[in-house]
Ligand binder design. Structure first.
Ligand code: SAH
Length: 236
């Protein structure tokens, strides 16, 4: 492992790699990501219209968001450290005929050394809570974005309600996610995320909460950030 690959938990990567062949099955373990994808895509695109922009998606997995952003007309680079997921993402782009998306096996920190301030938009969704040092990823995102550009994060809040809803509820009661997907201690409070962002030159511009109704099986964006949330930041 190189130094730029040191901020990675191999057990976390393996969880996603083992399921990689199912990334594009909308009824699989990745169903929640497919369901939330239009919501996060439209929120991003409403703040910064993606057509013609240079975008990097950090921890892209099978490319659910990267592919959708390319379909909005952005030039998208998706990076991840799970090679199986990247192969699935690439194959999907070929099969679906998606233009303007590329995938590379690279860490955020590695890309930040290689291409600082090259991206109009950086997205890093549902990934920080799987990394040993999430602040280092936030720092790399801040380095990757051009001055005036946007960085979007999404992750899970850490409090008794999020433990109950996101871990007990989603993994053990509703079976929305495989058991062990999320570890409570690794969840991130919005205040922690905004502090890291500010330390690395990113101003918080807006939060959204993401809520789920198990009866209707629908997600929606709200102002309630107590469980799942997204943060939009801008580099000064
Ligand atoms: N961002 C995608 C996938 C989220 S799943 C989406 O929201 O649709 C979390 C992803 O983070 C997995 O693909 C996993 O392989 C990746 N990941 C975990 N640790 C990582 C690291 N240190 N560097 C890059 N990617 C990582």
């Amino acid at each position: 492992m190189t130094t730029s690959h040191s901020n990675v938990d191999p057990a976390e990567l393996a969880k996603f790699s083992d399921l990689a062949h199912r990334w594009w099955d909308p009824e699989s373990e990745f169903r929640p990501l497919h369901q939330i994808n239009p919501l996060r895509l439209e929120w991003i695109n409403s703040l910064v219209p993606l057509t013609g922009l240079n975008v990097v998606d950090i921890g892209c997995g099978g490319g659910i968001l990267a592919d959708a952003m390319a379909r909005k007309g952005a030039q998208v680079l998706g990076i991840d450290l799970a090679i199986k997921s990247l192969k699935v993402a690439q194959l999907h782009a070929l099969e679906a005929g998606t233009q303007g998306v590329q995938y590379r096996e690279l860490s955020a920190e590695g890309l930040a050394e290689e291409q600082p301030e090259q991206f109009d938009v950086v997205t890093c969704m549902e990934m920080l809570e799987h990394v040993p040092d999430p602040s280092a990823v936030v720092k790399a995102c801040a380095q990757l974005v051009k001055p005036g550009g946007w960085v979007f994060f999404s992750t899970l809040n850490r409090n008794p309600k999020s433990f109950l809803f996101a871990i007990v509820g989603a993994e053990y009661i509703l079976n929305l996610l495989p058991k062990g997907t999320h570890e409570f201690a690794r969840l991130i409070k919005p205040s922690e995320l905004t502090t890291w962002a500010r330390d690395f030159g990113l101003d918080a511009k807006g939060f959204k909460g993401m809520e789920y109704n198990p009866l209707t099986k629908r997600y929606w964006l709200s102002q309630d950030t107590s469980v799942n949330y997204l943060l939009a930041c801008r580099k000064a």
